[in-house]
Design a protein around this ligand. Structure first.
Ligand code: LMR
Length: 398
């Protein structure tokens, strides 16, 4: 039955984790997959999470199914974090949110919803975008188009080209994928003014925004990072938002995220939500409980919430400090390449501008693991490895 099958290469990012794990070099550096690390190179469990888990251990009284959409307390937390507590969209019940297995689960369900509910489902994604976006959308049968985004010349956004392409080719009813903040893989975000311009265009053309919010809190702050999304939600009547709590609660392996649908009226949102429920049932039936229980236990306890907000700030500040140190040390290493653009990038990732050959030399000769695209996970840098890293980059780049 399976004789005709041959092995296919796995996801390159996940292959990088294995390659790093199997590398015996004691100086190896992992700047691959997007996981936060502390200065010892560990991915710690947040204190607020540990405390919430202790509470849950005492209080949890059943492991029965949660239901397709997950816990209602969790939906409230998602909405408050994404839109802000007093948002009228929440008060008017124009938003419904489902608990999903990570941001990936949310994206898959959103894609299935688009595929089953919109005529000629087509999605516009940034060039480049997160490597897993394309297989997810393809698997739901969406046709995919790209809009220009990253400019390797300026290390910024090709905003004029982006708008030109969308204005020329996006059709009413198409979906447009936007990264709420901390663009993955580039680390280059739209400015607030650019969000405003995109919003006006999306409104005028009648597009459906699908916003991927996987790194809230890692850019400029929990509220600051949602400024563009909140502006868009205040203007555009219909929207899908996929969010992840993997990074900002550090609960990667618990698979915890959410899919929210916003519509013009509460009834429309509720109708769309019922179709989302069918997609959930067909994909994984019901979501896992633990991660979401941790999140709402923290968010509904003022002391734990304050501690978590501090912990998110600490992760963000460490990454931003590392960005500055990286730029300074690379400049001091006399490499001919100017890396100062790394300072302005946001979130865990930096598109470093390293070529695929340079990335391979760093991997093969120095055991430094960076994605082939040149995307570095800045959070993988430590006091112990930064000099080694900068010397190696300077040698390879020249
Ligand atoms: C990443 O881009 O590294 C993360 O989102 C992890 C993943 O699943 O790819």
């Amino acid at each position: 039955m399976f004789k005709h099958l041959s092995a296919v290469p796995g996801d390159p990012l996940l292959a990088l984790i294995i390659a790093h794990r199997n590398d015996p070099n004691p100086n190896k550096v992992d700047l691959g997959v997007g996981v936060y690390k502390d200065d010892n190179g560990n991915t710690p469990i947040l204190n607020s999470v540990k405390k919430a888990e202790a509470i849950l251990l005492q209080q949890e009284d059943s492991k029965s199914y949660l239901g397709i959409n997950g816990a209602p307390e969790f939906a409230a937390v998602i909405q408050e974090l994404l839109l802000g507590k007093d948002n009228t969209i929440i008060k008017d019940k124009r938003i419904f949110s489902a608990q999903t297995p990570g941001g990936t689960g949310a994206l898959k369900v959103a894609a299935d919803f688009i595929g089953s509910s919109l005529p000629n489902p087509k999605i516009w994604v940034s060039d480049p975008t997160w490597g897993n976006h394309l297989p997810i959308f393809r698997s739901a049968g969406l046709s995919i188009e790209t809009y220009p985004y990253y400019d390797p010349e300026t290390n910024g956004v090709r905003f004029d080209d982006m708008m030109k392409t969308l204005k020329a080719d996006a059709k009413a009813g198409d979906t447009i994928l936007l990264h709420a903040c901390c663009h993955n893989p580039t680390g280059v975000d739209l400015s607030f003014e650019q969000w405003q311009e995109v919003t006006s265009f999306v409104a005028e053309r009648g597009l459906l925004p699908l916003v991927d919010a996987a790194y809230q809190g890692f850019g400029d702050g929990l509220d600051e990072d949602m400024a563009g999304l909140r502006h868009m939600a205040s203007i555009i009547p219909n929207m899908l938002i996929c969010n992840s709590f993997s990074k900002n609660f550090g609960i990667y392996r618990e698979r915890c995220g959410g899919l929210s649908v916003i519509a013009e009226t509460s009834e429309e949102a509720s109708n769309a939500y019922s179709i989302i429920g069918l997609a959930i049932r067909a994909n994984y039936s019901m979501p896992p409980a633990h991660g979401a229980a941790v999140v709402y236990t923290i968010m509904n306890d003022p002391e734990l919430k304050a501690e978590w907000v501090e912990e998110v700030s600490a992760m963000r500040n460490r990454i931003n400090t590392l960005r500055n140190q990286l730029v300074e040390k690379l400049a001091a290493s006399n490499t001919k390449k100017d890396f100062s653009f790394i300072r302005a990038q946001r979130g865990m990732f930096s598109y470093s501008g390293l070529t695929v050959d340079q990335v391979h030399t760093l991997r093969n000769d120095y055991s430094i693991y960076i994605a082939d695209t040149g995307r570095m996970n800045v959070a993988g840098i430590t006091d112990n490895n930064i000099d080694y890293l900068c010397d190696a980059i300077a040698t390879v780049v020249g």
